[in-house]
Design a protein. Structure first.
Length: 412
């Protein structure tokens, strides 16, 4: 972490590579009920205990037939009916067909199912006006999933696309990674909890509130230590408590070099923590490292800076710690700027914007307005980051820019 203490700016990519290169996923797992598994991460591959479908069944409402008995214009009498949940189990006479419904088990001897739209029913029986081939409209047992097949790998976040699949296999319990424990607190005498009246010079503690919400959306177990005043003894006690109880400790405020020297000195005593100057805007000051037991991330004090550094740096760190192998940010897209964008070269700029498709299907983006690091309303108004390159200057309306759509943490 030698570069962490230099006076130069480091890129977002350097910071992220350093962080992800040091942490390894937790190895503690637990078995939980399927009903409690939403948002959890699979710890082992999920293996199907059954074939899906479990038996051959009809893909259509129609008639089960034996192809050798289909003679031109010769009607076949209906020997019986097969329904989903009520199969045809009687003897099937020669030269006859069976009325069958979608999902019904295929009667023994069936070679094809002819859909009802290709059949003419009369008192004499059923005539078919279709070219029929073996296996037509028949779903074979195990055609979707075979018994013993891996249906989900380890490291998948379970949600509405995965859990119904597991329910269809009769899986009522599965092994998942245990929840990450994350301790969070804010520092500063100027902060006041939400719900308390503001005194002179005070502001509400937006950062801890926002960080806690994002942690909960990521399925973490949050240990909220509240606001820690600018007192060395109180701050040390908070760090030591957090280090004992959490996998990751997140603080906001006090990470600018020189802003609170005792914070840096204390963290150096408790572990190995680097104070970085990131080449991004907003979010220049950031700290990362290892305490005695837990990892540590120090966010900037400004609300937008704290949210951005959490989103771009802490979020992928949490995903790796949690064992979420398939996690990734939404891909960046190209869009035409509809409004001018202020920008000075020197830092990668994440401005908040609103993008949409025009009548031609082309992406267009507008700024949410003032981009100050205190303007948190820009997140509620926007649906993407406008990502302006480090060396780029101001953008004129009509120029092409990169956008990064918000993921679930910030999506409206």
């Amino acid at each position: 972490m030698d570069h962490c203490h230099t006076s130069g700016l480091i890129s977002l990519e350097q910071a992220l590579d350093t962080m992800l290169g040091q942490v390894v996923p937790l190895d503690e797992t637990e078995s939980i009920a399927l009903n409690d598994a939403c948002g959890r991460i699979t710890a082992t591959p999920v293996i199907s205990p059954i074939d899906v479908p479990p038996f051959a069944n009809s893909a259509m409402d129609g008639y089960a037939v034996r192809i050798s008995e289909l003679n031109a214009n010769a009607p076949l009498p209906i020997a019986g009916k097969a329904f989903a949940g009520a199969p045809f189990n009687d003897a099937w006479p020669a030269n006859s067909c069976i009325r069958i419904m979608t999902g019904a088990p295929i009667p023994a001897g069936t070679e094809a199912v002819i859909m009802q739209e290709q059949a003419e029913v009369s008192e004499a029986g059923v005539r078919f006006n279709a070219v029929v081939h073996a296996g037509q409209n028949v779903r074979l047992a195990g055609e979707d999933i075979q018994q013993g097949a891996s249906v989900l790998p380890a490291g998948v976040r379970l949600g509405a696309a995965q859990l119904p699949l597991l329910a269809s296999l009769g899986i009522s319990e599965l092994r998942v990674m245990r929840k990450l424990k994350v301790a969070v607190f804010s520092t500063g005498d100027e902060l006041q909890p939400v719900g308390q009246p503001l005194q002179d010079g005070q502001i509400y503690d937006t950062n801890r509130f926002a960080v806690r919400l994002m942690l909960e959306q990521m399925g973490c177990e949050v240990i909220d230590l509240g606001i820690i005043r600018d007192d060395r003894t109180a701050l040390r006690a908070a760090f030591e408590q957090a280090d004992r109880s959490a996998d990751l400790v997140i603080s906001s405020g006090g990470v600018s070099v020189g802003e609170a020297d005792y914070t840096k000195q204390m963290l150096d005593e408790l572990g190995e923590v680097g104070f970085w100057k990131l080449a991004i805007k907003p979010g220049k000051p950031f700290a990362f490292g290892k305490l005695q037991h837990a990892w540590f991330c120090g966010l900037p004090g400004n609300p937008v800076s704290a949210a951005l550094t959490f989103y771009q740096l802490v979020q992928p760190l949490l995903a790796k710690l949690a064992g979420h192998h398939e996690w990734h940010l939404p891909p960046r897209l190209r869009a035409r700027a509809l409004t001018p964008l202020k920008k000075a070269p020197g830092r990668l700029d994440f401005q908040r914007g609103v993008f949409a498709s025009n009548a031609l299907g082309e992406l267009e983006v507008s700024t949410t307005g003032h981009q100050g690091s205190h303007v948190f309303s820009s997140f509620s108004q926007g649906n993407c980051f406008i990502v302006l390159e480090r060396d780029r200057g101001a953008v004129a309306a009509g120029e092409m820019v990169e956008i990064e759509p918000f993921n679930m943490l910030l999506r409206n």
